[in-house]
Structures are given as structure tokens and as C-alpha cells.
Write a new protein. Sequence first.
Length: 263
Amino acid sequence: MPVNTELVAAIQDTINSAFDYKMDNINTSIPCIVIAVRDNGSTQMVDIQPTINQKLPDGTVKERPPILGVPVSFPVSSNGGMTYPITVGTTGDAIFSMRDMESWKAGNGRPSTPQTQGKMAASDAKFYPGIQPASQAVNNPSKHVLTHSTQDVVMFGNLGGAEAEVRIKADGSIEINTSNHPVTINCSVANVNASEEVNISTPLMNIDADMTQWVGNINIIGNITQTGNYTLTGLATFNGIPFDTHKHVGVTSGNATSGTPVP
């Protein structure tokens, strides 16, 4: 029986059209931009706008609708991690769940039953901030106020403004940099273990502490002004002269006030 090639081609066209139609309604991932941040970021929910438009078979272009109430993914666990501000204009990638997420979003992260039979629907997006077009890439040194190297590992905030950063440099050294803002460490005990030396360079240093013990030698270059009592245990030497054994020769003992000799 001869094969009807026209019928086979028609069936193939029908199958391809049906497949294309179904694929048009399956969402996998797409770049997006944040258009609103919910609850000041406390619930990690944002509204996003897909930034690649739909191009229809007839050549017309249609902007994709916003996706509302999308959870943001931070690099965190239940007891640690890193968070950062999400602002309007932040770009990233939307990944679409294989099943309806509405019950999960309203739950506590435990297994939940989907409300619909939806698969990879636009409403079931998760937002991963980070991807950017080249013109907006925050790794561009020109976008930083502080000196930036693309070879360093950097955690930063307030890009282009009052920047602050922790930088692990390519040579293994670590820097904490700010734009003329204080660095504060709050803890019960602070330990600095340096195998060679500790260097402090500042025009003014204030220390509010009871110095109960200082182990090691101190060399001071400059003047010392003290207010209060001074107690020394040990030998004091001034300009090479031991203070506790030094005696003035040819000085007559007497009363310093009246000048009366002491018998």
C-alpha cells in the first residue's frame, strides 16, 4: 500500500503545531526585574516583570504580564546565611515550579498539596536575584566608589554610594573597607593572634579599659602626657640613669620650703 506523503506531512504539521502551542504555555526560566517589594522585604516576596517579550507567530510583540507575590531566594539555611536589600529595579532569574506553589507559599515549608493541576505556570515563579545584562553588571569596577578588582571575593553594600565591603583579595589578604564610616565590633571577648606583628595607623586612638596585664615589651616614639597616679614595680631608667639608685652629689639636704638645713 503506497504511503500518502501529503497525509503524513499534514499529520506531522498538526503534531508540531500542537507541540508548539503546548510549549508556549510552559514556563522554565526567564530574566525578570523587580517592580515592587512586599512588606519592606520581611516576607521575601516581590512582584516581578519578565524582561523578554513574547514574539507571536504573526510577528507582533507583546509584553509579558507581571508576576505577583514571588518568593526571593537568598543563600540561607534555617539558622544562617546572607541576606541583602532587594530594591525596585533589581534584576534576576525567575524559575518556574513544576507544580502549583500557592499552598506551599502559605505553609511552613513542609509537604503541601497543590491547589490546582498547574505545571510550570507563570504564577509559580521563584526569583533568584543576580543575573544582569553586561551594561548593568555590578562587577564592573567603574560602578564602585571603592577600588574594585574582579579577581577578589567581595561582599559589599550601598554600591556607588556610602560603600562598605569585606574583600578577600587574590593574594589571600583580607580587607574591610568603608567610605569614611565607622567599623564596630561588639563581642564579649576579642582575640587577635598575629604571628609577626600588629600595626595600627591612626591620628588619634582612644582606649577605655582597665589595663590589668601587658605581657611583652613596649617601645614608644613620641611624647606621653599622663593625668593620674603612676605606680611602677621594677627599675626605672631615664636617659640611661637608673632612677631608684641615682643620688645627687654636693647637694645639701634641707627643707625645700624654708631653706632650713636638716640636722
